[in-house]
Design a protein around this ligand. Structure first.
Ligand code: 3PG
Length: 309
């Protein structure tokens, strides 16, 4: 029997834990649960005798890997794995995986929730605007981008996408107009929604150059990562352009500045909550548990994201 640690500072819904437990126990393993931990030490203590680990946005760095001698696999129950130190995992022969696509719909629904909320002035009773007929630019067309396109089609938006890693025909089949450059996306779209991962190429990549291209009434929607935004340039553009709004799932570094200068032109969730639905918790958590059971039983490395040693 192996010990599988589920370590989540932001817990899964209880129903997801019940199902994760079922999968792990049916696989012959023991679930150890560490939720809402307050210190890194608690996390380090819990992982000391774990054979496998499921996390969300929890930080899995070299220090953690270093105190987990039995750890064989860590699965990020979610899409973005910028919280995992992939090199440290490789160095210690730990397999790192994610669960792509499992929480995408929840993230896309939150993006539209924020867009509708903002278009209606935060439901303040005054005259707002509609999304129908407006242009929506998807900055990347992965799993969340696809869900965005499906919902946007129902709202009768004009949908554009920029993604150099996706075939144009694939986007066209999803009712999306592919654009050839990222500049074209920002120039053509009143709403731009970010769906790029945070990595060395994308960090700080959305700044003044792109944001200045957006048409009148520009709305930037960020359910990706705050790190992909160049925040000081975003602030500069918002000062220059009183028409621009920023909607984000998680507060930026300078939240007080937004409150001070841009009343009514921003919205931030109090805590990252794009994937905070029961359905997404179940989908991602159960997928992670199944991947661990399968890896421990057969060595199945589907969805591995780090290089082998
Ligand atoms: C993801 O990358 O899957 C999302 O950002 C969800 O993150 P969370 O599990 O911390 O809610």
């Amino acid at each position: 029997m192996m010990k599988i640690l589920v370590a989540t500072e932001k817990p899964f819904a209880p129903v997801a834990i019940t199902l994760i437990r079922e999968v792990l126990e049916n696989g012959g393993h023991e679930l150890v649960l560490l939720e809402k931990y307050k210190t890194t030490q608690e996390l380090h203590d819990a992982v000391a005798d774990a054979d496998a680990m499921i996390v969300r946005s929890d930080i899995v760095d070299a220090a953690l890997i270093g105190v987990a001698p039995k750890l064989k696999i860590v699965v990020r129950a979610g899409a973005g794995y910028d919280n995992l130190d992939l090199n440290a995992c490789t160095d210690h022969n730990v397999v790192a995986m994610n669960t792509p696509g499992q929480n995408s719909n929840a993230v896309a629904e939150l993006a539209f929730g924020m867009m509708l909320f903002s278009a209606r002035g935060g439901f303040d009773g005054k005259t707002g605007s509609e999304l129908m007929g407006k242009s929506l630019g998807l900055h990347a067309f992965g799993n969340v981008g696809k869900c965005m396109a499906r919902i946007a089609a129902g709202l009768d938006m004009q949908i554009f996408a920029f993604d150099p890693f996706v075939e144009n025909n694939f986007m066209r089949d999803a009712g999306v107009i592919p654009v050839e450059t990222v500049e074209e996306l920002y120039s053509r779209c009143q709403y731009v929604s970010l769906h790029i991962p945070a990595n060395d190429k994308t960090r700080n990549s959305v700044g003044e150059k792109l944001l200045s291209l957006m048409p009148q009434g520009a709305v930037l929607v960020n359910t990706a990562r705050k790190e992909v935004i160049n925040e000081s340039e975003l602030l500069t553009v918002m000062v220059k352009r009183s028409d621009m709004k920023y909607l984000s799932d998680v507060s930026p570094d300078n939240a007080e500045l937004f409150a001070e200068k841009f009343a009514g032109r921003y919205f931030f969730t109090p805590k990252k909550m794009g994937a905070q639905t029961e359905e997404a918790n179940i989908n991602a958590g159960v997928a992670a548990a199944r991947q661990i059971v399968s890896f421990l039983a057969t060595g199945d490395e589907t969805y591995r994201v780090n290089k082998p040693k």
